[in-house]
Design a protein around this ligand. Structure first.
Ligand code: MLT
Length: 259
């Protein structure tokens, strides 16, 4: 546990070598990386954090901006006396990685955005976030069940139903304050596409062909005219579940050159 401004932050820290920092998405926690970490820790020091208001990490406020999350991560790596990290962020974890990259550029070795985006919420998406917050206030269990269901296609529900149920059970542990604070924080996140164009370190975006949360076309547009590498894989938004082996192979390949 790390104490960040009187807020307990849970993380795992294993392996030796250059540091890889793993950032989960909304309603997830560090356990999402449990099958990936054993492969990475053979070559790297791997740190998987529960972001503010998720997993075993406490809430810090009523809105957890991407910058709040980034400041917490910076405090953690400073406490561990780490200089540079390779960031891997899934979805909201990618938004956090980009905020970290903007605030602490000297601390980045490379970055992978997995099913994520550098764009802000569209006006429609912001309205949906407000609606979601109202649902959470009334019945957070119903919201979480629906939100996790919506991350997967009908096919995925057949193929990986056990993992989806496990994710649902884990997501149901997210405190109401953490859910709302994340929705509010994602809603007000800013456009960080400039980072894709102008930041100097190697970057990779991994996109799911049928990702309904972060559409493939949007990711393609964001990488166009940049040096950001793009890997397109089958499946939807939670690639670590739907395409675990492919995601792992892509991450290992990228880190071999850039980690
Ligand atoms: C996530 O998976 O982290 C979220 O669905 C991302 C979002 O809602 O923008």
């Amino acid at each position: 546990m790390f104490n960040y401004k009187n807020t307990k932050i849970s993380y795992s820290d294993s392996g030796k070598g250059n540091v890889v920092l793993l950032l989960h998405g909304f309603l997830e926690d560090a356990t999402m990386w449990k099958n990936i970490i054993p492969h990475l820790e053979k070559r790297y020091r791997v740190i998987a954090v529960d972001l503010l208001g998720h997993g075993k990490s406490e809430c810090y406020g009523y809105i957890h901006t991407m910058e709040d999350q980034a400041d917490m991560l910076f405090a953690l790596i400073a406490d561990l006396r780490l200089r540079k990290v390779s960031l891997i962020g899934h979805s909201m974890g990618g938004y956090v990685a980009l905020a970290f990259a903007e605030l602490y550029p000297d601390h980045i070795r490379s970055m992978i955005l997995l099913n994520s985006s550098a764009q802000p919420d569209s006006p429609e998406r912001k309205i949906n976030r407000d609606r979601a917050i109202e649902v959470v206030k009334k019945n957070s269990t119903a919201f979480v069940r629906m939100a996790v269901q919506n991350l997967f296609s009908a096919d995925a529900h057949k193929l990986v139903s056990k993992q989806i149920e496990a994710l649902t059970q884990q997501a149901l542990k997210t405190p109401v304050q953490g859910i709302i604070a994340a929705l509010e924080g994602m809603k007000i996140r800013i456009d960080r596409e400039a980072l894709l164009h102008f930041s100097p370190y190697p970057k990779l975006m991994i996109a799911g062909e049928n990702d309904t949360i972060i559409p493939l076309e949007d990711v393609k547009n964001q990488t166009e005219g940049t040096k950001v590498a793009l890997e397109i894989i089958p499946g939807g938004h939670v690639s670590t579940i739907e395409q675990e082996a492919k995601v792992l192979a892509i991450i290992i390949g990228f880190l071999k050159k850039n980690g």
